[in-house]
Every structure is written in C-alpha cells, then in structure tokens.
Design a protein around this ligand. Structure first.
Ligand code: PRX
Length: 678
C-alpha cells in the first residue's frame, strides 16, 4: 500500500490554524466487499437531505412492529423530536422473541469471566428468552415495577446485565445503567436524578484478578441517595457465585432481595412484552457535560432501536452468523448500542468479557478471539494503545480471523491505526472509525466499509442519513471540504438522537441547540442544528477529522491546535507508547502545550528521545506546536476504564490541585509525576 504524506496548513480569517498529515486511503478486500451488507451506492442518493425524513423508514423496517407509525418525524415540539410516531414496538421482543422461530438454539451471548480457567457461558436465544422472562416477572411482581418507572442498574460486566436491561425493556421500565466502576456517590446522584426506588446490583466481580465486593458500594449508594431525597426501597442483588461468595455484605431486612433465590418463584413464568409507543423512553444514560452535574440523556424506543440496528448492520457489518466482540463496558453508550441492542436485534452472537483486556497478560484478548472464533472486533484507541504498548507482537501468536474492526471514543492517531490494521487486523480486516456520542445513540461519521475507503486518523463522512456541517465561532457555515477547523454540527435530526435531558428540557435546548438555532420558537427541524461540542475539519474528499472536544483544543497565540495532533506526532516516534497533551497557562501566548509520554517496554527515558519527539512534532506539524516541556513518565494516570486522566496532568503542569486521585487505576504514579514536574 502506497503512502502519501502531505503537510497542509490552513489559516482562516479567524486565524484558526489546522495542521495535518493527510494519509493515504486503505481499501477493503474484494472478499470483504463480496459479503458486506451494504454495497449499493444508491444509498447516498436515497439518503440525501432532500429525501429527509422518509429515508429513515428503511431503518425502521429492519424491526418488527406491532403497529406501524403514522408519522415518520413529528417536529411539533422541536427540538424534542418524536420518531415513528404512533408506532407500537417492544425492544426486548425485537432482540429475543422474534429470533426464536429460526434461531432458538443459536448463541446470543458468550460470557467470558476474567478467570481464565472458568468455563465460558454460551447463552442461547432460547435461554435468554427464558431468563429475561423470569426476571421480568420478578421485576413486575416482587419489585412492583411498571411501565414508565425508572430503575437504576449498577452492575459489572456479566450476562445478567443485558438480561436485566432486556427484562426492563420488556416491561417498558426505563433503565438507567451506571458504569460498574463508578463510585457510590456517582451512583447515588443518578438514583436521585432519575427518582429510582429500585436499584439492581451484583455482589462481586473480578478486576485484575481480585474479587471486588460491589454490593458494599451500593450499600453506601443507597445511604447517600436517601440523604439526597431518594429512598431505595428495593435493592435487588444478583449473586456472582451463589453460596460460596466471600464478599457478601449483610442484607438489609425488608430492602434487599437476593435475585438468585427469588427467581425460583418465577420458574417458567412468561411475561407478555408491553406494546410501547415508539417515542416512549427506553433508557437513560448519564454523561458529564460542561457543568459538574451529570446529564441523563433520554433515549426513545423505536427510533433508537431502528438506528442502532441499522448501524450494526451497515457500518458494523454484522450478519446473524457473526461472532461479534465489542470490548466496551455495557455501562457506557457503546455497550448499550453495540453489545446489547444492535447485535441482538440482528440475531448475532455477542461476546461479553468481564475483565481487564491485558489480564493476566497481553495475549488475553487474542486468546478469547481465537477460542470464540470472533470475526468482528470493536474497541477504543485507548485499549489499542494499551495492547500495543504491552504486547506489540502478541496478535501474531494467535489464529483468529477478523473481517472487521471498529475504533470509537476518541481520535485515533494514524500510527496507532496502522498498528491496529497491520498487527491486529493482519491486513485483512476493514476498520471503521466511528465518531459519535452518548447523546447521539449511534454513529454520526464513519465509512461504510463495503463502499468507502478508510483513511487513518479520519472518521469519514457522515454515515448515510447524517448531514454534518461545520460552523465557525460567529455561526457562519464553513464551505464543505475547507480544511478549516470549527464546531461540527448535524443539520438534521435522526432517530438515534436523544429525546431530551431527563427532567431538564431547558438545559437540553441550551447546551445542544441554542448557539446555532435560527429561531427558538421554530417547529421546523431545519432551524435546529445539533451542536456536538467537538471541533473538526473536513478535507476536500468529504472526510471529517475530529480534533476533540472544543475545550480540548489548545489556543496557542490565537492558533488552534488539536491536542491529538501533537500526540499523534509524538506517537510516530518508535519508542513512544502513549502520549497526552495538556494546556499550560502562558501569560503572552494564552496557552502552551505540555506533553506527557510513556515509552514502550524496554526503553529508558533519555535526552535523545526527548529530542526525537520534539523534532517529530516540528516535522509533522510545525514550530507552532512546540511543547513547553516533554515529560517522559513511568505511566499515565488512568481511570479504571483506561482513559488517560488529562485533567490530572493539566493540574500538575499548572501547579494546581489534582483533586481526589484515589479512584484512579494507578494513583501512585501521580506523586511520581508531581515530583518530576516540580
Ligand atoms: O469528542 C468525541 C469523542 O468522544 C465524545 C463522546 O464521548 P461519549 O459521549 O463518552 O461517547 C463515547 C462513545 C461514542 C465525542 O464528543 N469521540 C467519540 N468517538 C470518536 C471521538 N473522537 C474522535 N473519533 C472518534 N471516533
């Protein structure tokens, strides 16, 4: 594959400087294209803006409806859009019941424990049906939950987590899953905000080889929630190892119910799925915004399910015979859309892995892929970098056959993309870089793998039906393909988009629409471009490159630099495994970048490596991106989900307060870095 490298520097009137290295395209193999779900180019014409919103009926038709919709899009309460209005549907039915006739004995879920010697659970669609029905009966009759109630679920990765979610959706109960690694206080905030009187938890789970007592966290969450005004009257506790658990905390009489015992009452019980209105909420997913209070993104039933099913089929290229593994945690939107709802709606086999990707060693992921014959693999740049750092040559030792791989969650540096393509995908798998958000339910930009070539570092054009636009600070639309940075917005609503912020419509309007809305009283969708909060550039070929959150862009002497640009440049240096840039206040320039890097195993920090990185940045971007300091650190401070804590590095660089770091995966490294930076 030839590689063309071009340095492009564009300066807009607003003195926005964007520097990038344009990468060569990579093409899918004829073998992949031959089997791909979407190879008909006419999709782009059919999904042109002039045909909006009717083209979305193609997505809705992937589902089974009790009653078809009366109206594709109802904008009468814009920007709270209603999709497939009047339609009746149930998500649990679409993910389970409708597959039983032809596929009841097919594996729906492979659950892989972190303990390598524990047998993998293979749960068929029939077994999933039975377990979801029995648990739905428990929710209805023991926990007294009914349609429209909210329930908070604070569970680790387990087969019981999707069972719990699907039992809720069977009843029309709105689930609010809180990432298992969140603290008691974070969980309590969400219980209070969603007014959940029922909390569902699990007693324990494995992380890095240790069995953690999770019930204890939720014991505390109940107390904090009560202080905040929301009493949890029912705590449902799934048991990881019933009867032999070392981490039981005493049950509170009258509140706690051990699910494994209680379920015996519901043996063989079946629960009719509720016929939900398409616009009824399916779930809440909290995400952090510009203020401290997390926002409950409310996703609807019919629109959301249609959208994630279509994205799973056309972008993830999932077929019913595929074994699909998304390494995200179900506690985040990626897990909801692309471990649970999308793949199951398509009758695929979805893999759920409990633990750390590199536990007990760097080969774990590839052994799982080999054992289960995974052929679609979905992960995040963070994980790719971690896997590259600890075991660059590991994938070659295993025989698995990926036809398709995804990257999601943050911009991926071309160097890392190429390692993923070559070493993990063995130059056979296509890669889709999917750009989207908790709020958006499913993908916004990506390539259609059977139709569009890949370009490392660029997510791609809008997916069929999504029409992005870039605005400058003054609200002017930048010409398509201008190569100038600005705020990327979506011109049209789409079915996967969240419906509102739970209980806070004004905030929904203010945060996501007010800035570029043409008329706040308008009922016309054209007046409501959705503000994503990301900066992006569009190349002349129509591909978007996401620069990061607007607040991640560093303004140096009036020039904007994506922190990812610098990190990407640093990663071109062979010794560098991970890189993170943080802004440091500078009295003349406004901000300067500070660069933190961790080296691959076997390399030691030296002035020579610092010089190499410095030169690589100047080479890739220009002197404008010169870092104030390049710190070679023993490891990056990371959250338990593996995200680099740039906030902590920023505080160290700015001699500020690092805050509470005890929840990090490696708090000890913070002190070491502080000493180094001084
Ligand atoms: O900045 C973008 C970045 O992650 C943000 C959304 O984060 P979250 O709501 O947690 O959802 C993560 C799963 C989609 C976006 O505003 N982001 C997400 N995907 C990409 C990305 N940045 C660049 N490239 C991506 N593929």
């Amino acid at each position: 594959m030839s590689e063309k490298t071009k340095d492009v520097v564009e300066t807009s009137e607003a003195e926005i400087a964007v520097h990038w290295q344009e990468e060569a395209y990579f093409h899918a193999s004829p073998g992949f294209i031959g089997q791909a779900n979407l190879t008909d180019e006419s999709i782009f014409e059919r999904f042109a803006l002039k045909n909006f919103p009717d083209y979305y009926t193609e997505f809705a038709e992937l589902l089974t409806w009790y009653k078809y919709w009366d109206e594709v899009l109802d904008s009468s309460d814009a920007p709270c859009f209603k999709w497939f209005k009047g339609g009746l549907i149930n998500a649990s039915y679409n993910c389970i019941d409708r597959h039983l006739k032809a596929n009841k004995n097919k594996t729906a879920i492979h659950f892989v424990s972190e303990l390598e010697d524990e047998a993998i659970q293979h749960i068929t669609y029939q077994e999933l049906y039975v377990r979801v029905n029995e648990f739905a009966a428990l929710l209805r009759d023991t926990a007294k939950l009914k349609r429209g109630d909210r329930v908070t679920i604070h569970m680790p990765m387990s087969a019981e987590l999707p069972i719990t979610m699907l039992a809720c959706s069977r009843l029309g109960v709105i689930h609010s899953v809180v990432f298992g690694g969140f603290s008691a206080s974070a969980c309590a905030d969400r219980i209070v905000d969603s007014q959940s009187r029922v909390l569902i938890t699990m007693d324990a789970y494995y992380r890095g080889g240790k069995l953690l007592n999770h019930k204890a966290v939720d014991e505390e969450a109940c107390q904090i929630a009560a202080e905040g005004g929301q009493v949890v009257d029912t705590l449902l506790v799934w048991q990881r190892y019933p009867g032999k658990n070392s981490s039981d905390t005493p049950a509170v009489e009258g509140r706690d119910i051990i699910v494994n015992d209680e379920l015996k009452k519901y043996y063989g019980v079946r629960v009719e799925p509720e016929k939900m209105l398409s616009e009824d909420p399916l779930f809440l997913m909290y995400t952090s915004g510009t203020t401290g209070k997390p926002k409950g993104c409310q996703h609807g039933t019919g629109g959301y399910l249609a959208y994630v099913t279509a994205m799973s089929k056309y972008i993830q290229d999932i077929h019913p015979e595929d074994v699909y593994w998304c390494m995200a945690d179900i506690g985040w939107i990626t897990g909801h859309s692309f471990i649970v709802y999308g793949p199951l709606a398509l009758c695929a086999s979805t893999v759920i892995y409990e633990g750390v990707p590199t536990y007990p060693d760097a080969g774990r992921c590839w052994r799982i892929a080999q054992a289960l014959d995974v052929n679609i693999f979905h992960t995040a740049p963070t994980a790719i970098r971690a896997l590259r750092k600890v075991g660059p040559d590991e994938p070659a030792k295993y025989t698995y056959n990926f036809k398709h791989m995804t990257t999601v969650g943050e911009p991926i540096e071309p160097e890392v993309w190429k390692w993923y393509q070559k070493e993990v995908g063995k130059e056979k798998a296509v890669i889709v870089d999917t750009w989207w958000q908790t709020e958006t339910g499913g993908f916004l930009c990506s390539t259609v793998p059977g139709l569009q070539p890949m370009k490392p570092g660029s997510a791609g054009p809008g997916v069929p039906g999504i029409h992005p636009v870039i605005f400058d600070e003054d609200g002017n639309e930048l010409p398509a393909g201008s190569g100038k940075a600005g705020n990327i917005c979506i011109q049209n609503p789409w079915p996967g988009m969240f419906q509102t912020i739970w209980g806070d419509r004004p905030r929904f309007v203010k945060n996501y629409f007010e800035r570029y809305c043409k008329n706040l009283d308008s009922k016309d969708w054209r007046d409501w471009p959705y503000l994503t909060g990301d900066a992006a550039v569009q190349a002349p070929d129509g591909y978007f490159r996401i620069l990061g959150r607007i607040d991640d862009v560093i303004n140096v002497s009036g020039h904007r630099l994506g922190t990812k640009e610098i990190e990407s440049a640093a990663l071109t240096v062979n010794e560098v495994a991970e890189a993170a840039v943080v802004p440091v206040a500078h009295e003349v320039k406004g901000k300067e970048p500070d660069l933190y890097v961790a080296l691959k195993p076997g390399f030691k920090a030296s002035d020579e490596i610092v010089k190499k990185i410095d030169e690589a940045i100047t080479y890739q971007i220009g002197k404008i991106a010169k870092c104030r300091k390049i710190w070679i650190v023993p490891d990056m401070p990371k959250t338990r989900s593996g995200k680099i804590m740039r906030r902590v590095l920023g505080a160290i660089s700015n001699h500020g307060d690092v805050g509470n770091v005890m929840t990090l995966a490696n708090p000890e490294v913070v002190e070491e870095i502080k000493k180094m930076v001084g």
